[in-house]
Design a protein around this ligand. Structure first.
Ligand code: ELE
Length: 212
């Protein structure tokens, strides 16, 4: 699968922060039950790699990736844990080289036209706009569409149920990412029904076709 196909399975990619890998299977199952199956587990916590492993083993309908991949070692550890895709908040030459050597989709983060052009030069035309709301959000994506027509984006950072639909209506947006489907208080309370409801609302959002 390539990054384009992966993101068209969205339309929302939950950014999941877990401190306890033990809840990963139930959390993943709750998201999948709501219709959200492309799941990004950030490598920001010690539990992240174990969470990726548990999701791969116990939630077969999910497509599980690693977020916050900042260097070659992160990427290798994520793949070793079974990650099926990787996302980064940015891009370095080292990370680009490492990602090109793997068979899983890799989505680099960009925040400006120059970064987007550099990432495209490195071979990545599907990119994460991060942090989307802070760097210009919808207006930036609209402004980049004409000069950078071949690029497609997964905006992340500051996106929520209230603005996700407006992002998804943009022709150069394939999916959006965000943490709003998996709030820490709901995970702590193990309120899987509430997370399934948030996922179902997100899954009901539709992208503006076509994107090709
Ligand atoms: O961890 C990463 O790789 C990141 O790039 C950061 C996340 O994408 C954002 O923290 C999600 O943003 P919010 O939805 O505003 O919480």
């Amino acid at each position: 699968m390539d990054s384009f196909t992966l993101l068209t399975l969205g339309p929302v990619v939950p950014v999941i922060v877990l401190t306890d890998a033990g809840v990963a299977p139930e959390l993943g199952a709750a998201l999948v039950a709501g219709g959200i199956k492309v799941l990004e587990v950030t490598l920001r916590t010690k539990a992240a790699l174990a969470a990726i492993r548990r999701l791969r083993e116990e939630v077969p309908d999910a497509i599980v990736g690693a977020g916050t991949v900042r260097n070659r070692a992160h990427l290798e550890a994520a793949l070793e844990a079974g990650a099926q895709f990787a996302v980064s908040p940015g891009l370095t030459p080292e990370l680009a080289a490492a990602a090109r050597g793997t068979r899983v989709p890799f989505i680099p983060g960009v925040a400006t036209p120059s970064e987007a052009m550099r990432a495209e030069d490195e071979g990545f035309s599907v990119q994460k706009l991060f942090p989307a709301e802070s760097v210009g959000g919808i207006k930036l994506l609209q402004a980049m569409a004409s000069p950078l027509p071949e690029l497609r984006f997964c905006p992340t950072g500051g996106i929520h149920a209230g603005n996700a639909g407006a992002y998804l209506a943009l022709p150069n947006v394939l999916a959006v990412g965000g943490s709003w489907l998996t709030p820490e208080p709901l995970i702590a309370a193990r309120d899987w029904a509430a997370i399934t409801r948030l996922a179902a609302e997100a899954a009901a959002l539709r992208r503006n076709e076509p994107h090709a």
